[in-house]
Design a protein around this ligand. Structure first.
Ligand code: ADP
Ligand code: MG
Length: 252
Protein backbone atom coordinates (compact mmCIF):
# COMPACT_ATOMS: atom_id res chain seq x y z
CA UNK A 1 0.00 0.00 0.00
CA UNK A 2 1.36 3.40 -0.93
CA UNK A 3 2.14 5.57 2.07
CA UNK A 4 1.20 8.57 -0.07
CA UNK A 5 -2.42 7.40 -0.33
CA UNK A 6 -4.60 10.34 0.61
CA UNK A 7 -7.44 10.00 3.10
CA UNK A 8 -10.72 9.67 1.22
CA UNK A 9 -12.40 13.02 0.72
CA UNK A 10 -15.90 12.74 2.17
CA UNK A 11 -18.69 13.68 -0.18
CA UNK A 12 -20.38 15.62 2.60
CA UNK A 13 -18.72 17.86 5.11
CA UNK A 14 -21.82 17.69 7.26
CA UNK A 15 -24.01 14.62 7.02
CA UNK A 16 -27.00 14.62 9.37
CA UNK A 17 -29.45 11.79 8.85
CA UNK A 18 -32.68 10.90 10.54
CA UNK A 19 -32.24 13.57 13.22
CA UNK A 20 -35.05 13.53 15.77
CA UNK A 21 -35.72 15.90 18.61
CA UNK A 22 -38.68 16.37 20.95
CA UNK A 23 -39.29 18.89 23.67
CA UNK A 24 -41.61 17.15 26.09
CA UNK A 25 -44.39 15.71 23.97
CA UNK A 26 -43.72 18.09 21.05
CA UNK A 27 -41.88 16.36 18.24
CA UNK A 28 -39.93 19.20 16.69
CA UNK A 29 -37.68 17.22 14.33
CA UNK A 30 -39.31 14.04 13.09
CA UNK A 31 -36.48 12.56 11.03
CA UNK A 32 -34.49 15.17 9.23
CA UNK A 33 -31.59 14.81 6.82
CA UNK A 34 -29.22 17.69 6.18
CA UNK A 35 -26.42 16.96 3.72
CA UNK A 36 -23.85 19.66 3.06
CA UNK A 37 -21.10 19.29 0.51
CA UNK A 38 -17.78 21.03 1.15
CA UNK A 39 -17.66 24.63 -0.03
CA UNK A 40 -21.40 24.93 -0.50
CA UNK A 41 -23.93 27.42 0.82
CA UNK A 42 -27.08 25.65 1.99
CA UNK A 43 -30.19 27.63 2.80
CA UNK A 44 -32.64 26.32 5.36
CA UNK A 45 -36.09 27.79 4.83
CA UNK A 46 -39.47 27.16 6.40
CA UNK A 47 -42.18 28.74 8.50
CA UNK A 48 -41.57 29.91 12.03
CA UNK A 49 -41.61 26.90 14.36
CA UNK A 50 -40.69 24.42 11.62
CA UNK A 51 -37.51 23.38 13.46
CA UNK A 52 -34.77 25.33 11.66
CA UNK A 53 -33.06 26.60 14.81
CA UNK A 54 -33.40 23.25 16.54
CA UNK A 55 -31.77 21.50 13.58
CA UNK A 56 -28.84 23.94 13.52
CA UNK A 57 -28.44 23.63 17.28
CA UNK A 58 -28.45 19.83 17.03
CA UNK A 59 -25.61 20.08 14.50
CA UNK A 60 -23.24 21.40 17.15
CA UNK A 61 -25.04 19.72 20.03
CA UNK A 62 -26.26 22.89 21.64
CA UNK A 63 -29.33 20.64 21.63
CA UNK A 64 -28.96 16.93 22.21
CA UNK A 65 -30.75 15.03 19.42
CA UNK A 66 -32.94 12.09 20.48
CA UNK A 67 -31.87 10.02 17.49
CA UNK A 68 -30.25 9.94 14.09
CA UNK A 69 -26.63 10.45 13.14
CA UNK A 70 -24.56 13.57 12.57
CA UNK A 71 -21.17 13.20 10.92
CA UNK A 72 -18.93 16.25 10.54
CA UNK A 73 -15.90 15.71 8.37
CA UNK A 74 -15.70 12.02 9.30
CA UNK A 75 -16.27 12.70 13.01
CA UNK A 76 -19.39 11.18 14.58
CA UNK A 77 -20.73 14.08 16.65
CA UNK A 78 -23.14 11.87 18.58
CA UNK A 79 -20.62 9.24 19.63
CA UNK A 80 -19.78 9.27 23.34
CA UNK A 81 -16.14 8.80 22.32
CA UNK A 82 -16.07 12.11 20.43
CA UNK A 83 -14.53 15.09 22.20
CA UNK A 84 -17.46 17.41 21.58
CA UNK A 85 -15.61 20.54 22.66
CA UNK A 86 -12.89 19.85 20.11
CA UNK A 87 -15.52 19.10 17.45
CA UNK A 88 -17.43 22.29 18.28
CA UNK A 89 -14.34 24.35 17.58
CA UNK A 90 -14.67 23.26 13.95
CA UNK A 91 -18.24 24.55 13.79
CA UNK A 92 -18.81 28.30 13.71
CA UNK A 93 -22.12 29.65 14.92
CA UNK A 94 -23.65 33.02 14.11
CA UNK A 95 -26.82 34.06 15.92
CA UNK A 96 -29.68 36.39 15.11
CA UNK A 97 -28.86 38.50 18.17
CA UNK A 98 -25.08 38.74 17.44
CA UNK A 99 -24.18 37.64 21.02
CA UNK A 100 -21.18 39.98 21.26
CA UNK A 101 -19.78 40.83 24.70
CA UNK A 102 -20.95 44.41 25.27
CA UNK A 103 -18.15 45.29 27.71
CA UNK A 104 -15.36 44.18 25.35
CA UNK A 105 -13.93 45.96 22.33
CA UNK A 106 -14.41 44.45 18.91
CA UNK A 107 -10.82 43.27 18.96
CA UNK A 108 -11.26 41.57 22.35
CA UNK A 109 -14.55 40.01 21.21
CA UNK A 110 -12.67 38.39 18.34
CA UNK A 111 -9.47 37.47 20.17
CA UNK A 112 -10.98 36.07 23.39
CA UNK A 113 -11.47 32.52 22.09
CA UNK A 114 -8.26 32.65 20.08
CA UNK A 115 -6.30 33.33 23.25
CA UNK A 116 -8.28 31.25 25.77
CA UNK A 117 -9.31 28.30 23.60
CA UNK A 118 -6.65 28.09 20.90
CA UNK A 119 -3.88 29.46 23.12
CA UNK A 120 -2.68 32.01 20.59
CA UNK A 121 -0.37 34.80 21.76
CA UNK A 122 -1.96 38.24 22.07
CA UNK A 123 0.08 39.53 19.13
CA UNK A 124 -0.94 36.65 16.87
CA UNK A 125 -4.58 36.88 17.97
CA UNK A 126 -4.62 40.63 17.30
CA UNK A 127 -3.14 40.07 13.86
CA UNK A 128 -5.76 37.43 13.14
CA UNK A 129 -8.52 39.79 14.33
CA UNK A 130 -7.23 42.52 12.01
CA UNK A 131 -7.27 40.08 9.11
CA UNK A 132 -10.86 39.04 9.88
CA UNK A 133 -12.01 42.65 10.29
CA UNK A 134 -10.60 43.45 6.86
CA UNK A 135 -12.45 40.45 5.46
CA UNK A 136 -15.82 41.70 6.72
CA UNK A 137 -15.09 45.26 5.59
CA UNK A 138 -14.57 46.80 9.05
CA UNK A 139 -10.80 47.26 9.29
CA UNK A 140 -11.05 50.40 11.44
CA UNK A 141 -13.40 49.08 14.17
CA UNK A 142 -10.99 47.09 16.37
CA UNK A 143 -11.15 49.59 19.23
CA UNK A 144 -14.92 50.18 19.07
CA UNK A 145 -17.44 48.74 21.49
CA UNK A 146 -20.46 46.85 20.13
CA UNK A 147 -22.88 49.61 21.20
CA UNK A 148 -21.00 52.07 18.99
CA UNK A 149 -21.76 49.98 15.91
CA UNK A 150 -24.88 49.49 13.81
CA UNK A 151 -26.64 46.13 13.96
CA UNK A 152 -25.24 45.26 10.55
CA UNK A 153 -21.71 46.05 11.69
CA UNK A 154 -22.23 44.04 14.90
CA UNK A 155 -23.34 41.04 12.90
CA UNK A 156 -20.30 41.35 10.63
CA UNK A 157 -18.18 41.31 13.81
CA UNK A 158 -20.09 38.18 14.87
CA UNK A 159 -19.15 36.60 11.55
CA UNK A 160 -15.52 37.76 11.88
CA UNK A 161 -15.34 36.25 15.37
CA UNK A 162 -16.64 32.94 14.12
CA UNK A 163 -14.30 32.95 11.08
CA UNK A 164 -11.26 33.75 13.20
CA UNK A 165 -11.30 30.22 14.63
CA UNK A 166 -11.02 28.85 11.10
CA UNK A 167 -14.05 26.54 11.39
CA UNK A 168 -14.82 23.86 8.82
CA UNK A 169 -18.39 25.07 8.58
CA UNK A 170 -20.39 28.06 9.77
CA UNK A 171 -24.01 27.69 10.87
CA UNK A 172 -26.00 30.92 10.82
CA UNK A 173 -29.41 31.21 12.45
CA UNK A 174 -31.35 34.08 10.87
CA UNK A 175 -28.29 36.33 10.77
CA UNK A 176 -30.20 39.29 9.33
CA UNK A 177 -33.59 38.97 11.04
CA UNK A 178 -32.80 41.47 13.79
CA UNK A 179 -31.54 44.12 11.37
CA UNK A 180 -33.18 47.21 9.94
CA UNK A 181 -33.84 46.53 6.26
CA UNK A 182 -31.18 48.96 5.04
CA UNK A 183 -28.48 47.05 6.97
CA UNK A 184 -29.33 43.58 5.68
CA UNK A 185 -27.43 43.99 2.41
CA UNK A 186 -24.06 44.62 4.07
CA UNK A 187 -24.27 41.34 5.99
CA UNK A 188 -25.44 39.36 2.96
CA UNK A 189 -22.56 40.82 0.96
CA UNK A 190 -20.15 39.33 3.51
CA UNK A 191 -21.93 35.97 3.29
CA UNK A 192 -21.65 36.09 -0.50
CA UNK A 193 -17.96 36.91 -0.24
CA UNK A 194 -17.37 33.97 2.13
CA UNK A 195 -19.24 31.72 -0.24
CA UNK A 196 -16.99 32.86 -3.08
CA UNK A 197 -14.00 32.03 -0.86
CA UNK A 198 -15.27 28.47 -0.51
CA UNK A 199 -16.43 28.64 3.13
CA UNK A 200 -19.07 25.99 3.82
CA UNK A 201 -22.20 27.49 5.38
CA UNK A 202 -25.72 26.55 6.43
CA UNK A 203 -28.03 29.52 6.88
CA UNK A 204 -31.55 29.55 8.26
CA UNK A 205 -33.03 32.67 6.74
CA UNK A 206 -36.08 34.27 5.18
CA UNK A 207 -33.98 36.23 2.66
CA UNK A 208 -35.43 34.49 -0.37
CA UNK A 209 -34.04 36.85 -2.99
CA UNK A 210 -30.57 36.27 -1.64
CA UNK A 211 -31.14 32.52 -1.47
CA UNK A 212 -32.24 32.49 -5.08
CA UNK A 213 -29.08 34.29 -6.09
CA UNK A 214 -26.46 32.70 -3.82
CA UNK A 215 -27.59 29.34 -2.41
CA UNK A 216 -26.16 26.14 -3.84
CA UNK A 217 -28.94 24.17 -2.22
CA UNK A 218 -32.22 24.98 -0.50
CA UNK A 219 -33.85 22.78 2.11
CA UNK A 220 -37.50 23.46 2.94
CA UNK A 221 -38.51 22.36 6.40
CA UNK A 222 -42.11 22.27 7.63
CA UNK A 223 -43.52 20.61 10.72
CA UNK A 224 -40.21 18.99 11.61
CA UNK A 225 -39.77 17.31 8.21
CA UNK A 226 -37.82 18.14 5.07
CA UNK A 227 -40.65 18.60 2.61
CA UNK A 228 -38.42 19.31 -0.36
CA UNK A 229 -34.80 20.10 -1.16
CA UNK A 230 -32.90 20.96 -4.28
CA UNK A 231 -31.15 23.69 -6.21
CA UNK A 232 -32.35 27.23 -5.58
CA UNK A 233 -33.69 27.26 -9.12
CA UNK A 234 -35.76 24.12 -8.65
CA UNK A 235 -37.14 25.10 -5.26
CA UNK A 236 -38.05 28.65 -6.22
CA UNK A 237 -39.07 28.22 -9.84
CA UNK A 238 -40.30 24.62 -9.93
CA UNK A 239 -41.35 23.57 -6.42
CA UNK A 240 -42.81 20.07 -6.54
CA UNK A 241 -44.73 20.06 -3.29
CA UNK A 242 -47.90 21.96 -2.52
CA UNK A 243 -46.60 22.94 0.94
CA UNK A 244 -43.50 24.49 -0.61
CA UNK A 245 -45.62 26.44 -3.09
CA UNK A 246 -47.90 27.68 -0.34
CA UNK A 247 -44.98 28.79 1.84
CA UNK A 248 -43.24 30.63 -1.00
CA UNK A 249 -46.48 32.34 -2.04
CA UNK A 250 -47.00 33.60 1.52
CA UNK A 251 -43.63 35.20 1.95
CA UNK A 252 -43.26 36.73 -1.50
P1 ADP B 1 -37.75 27.74 13.77
O1 ADP B 1 -36.33 28.11 14.03
O2 ADP B 1 -37.98 27.09 12.44
O3 ADP B 1 -38.68 28.90 13.99
P2 ADP B 1 -37.50 26.22 16.23
O4 ADP B 1 -36.50 25.17 15.98
O5 ADP B 1 -37.07 27.43 16.97
O6 ADP B 1 -38.17 26.62 14.82
O7 ADP B 1 -38.72 25.65 17.02
C1 ADP B 1 -39.47 24.53 16.60
C2 ADP B 1 -40.45 24.18 17.67
O8 ADP B 1 -39.77 23.73 18.83
C3 ADP B 1 -41.33 25.33 18.11
O9 ADP B 1 -42.62 24.85 18.31
C4 ADP B 1 -40.70 25.75 19.42
O10 ADP B 1 -41.66 26.30 20.27
C5 ADP B 1 -40.18 24.45 19.96
N1 ADP B 1 -38.98 24.63 20.82
C6 ADP B 1 -37.77 25.07 20.41
N2 ADP B 1 -36.89 25.10 21.43
C7 ADP B 1 -37.56 24.64 22.52
C8 ADP B 1 -37.21 24.39 23.88
N3 ADP B 1 -35.96 24.63 24.34
N4 ADP B 1 -38.17 23.92 24.70
C9 ADP B 1 -39.40 23.67 24.25
N5 ADP B 1 -39.81 23.86 22.99
C10 ADP B 1 -38.91 24.33 22.12
MG1 MG C 1 -35.43 29.89 14.46
Amino acid sequence: MSSAAAAPVPRYLLEARGVRKSFGTTEVLKSVDLLVEPGKLVFLIGPSGSGKSTLLRCCNRLEEPDGGSIIMDNVDLLSPRTDINAARRQIGMVFQSFNLYPHLTVQKNITLALRKVVGMSTADANARAAEMLALVGLPDKAASYPAQLSGGQQQRIGIARSLALNPKIILMDEPTSALDPELVGSVLAVVKDLRDRGITMVIASHEMNFAREAADKVVFLDGGLVIEHGSAENIFLRPQEERTRRFLAQIR
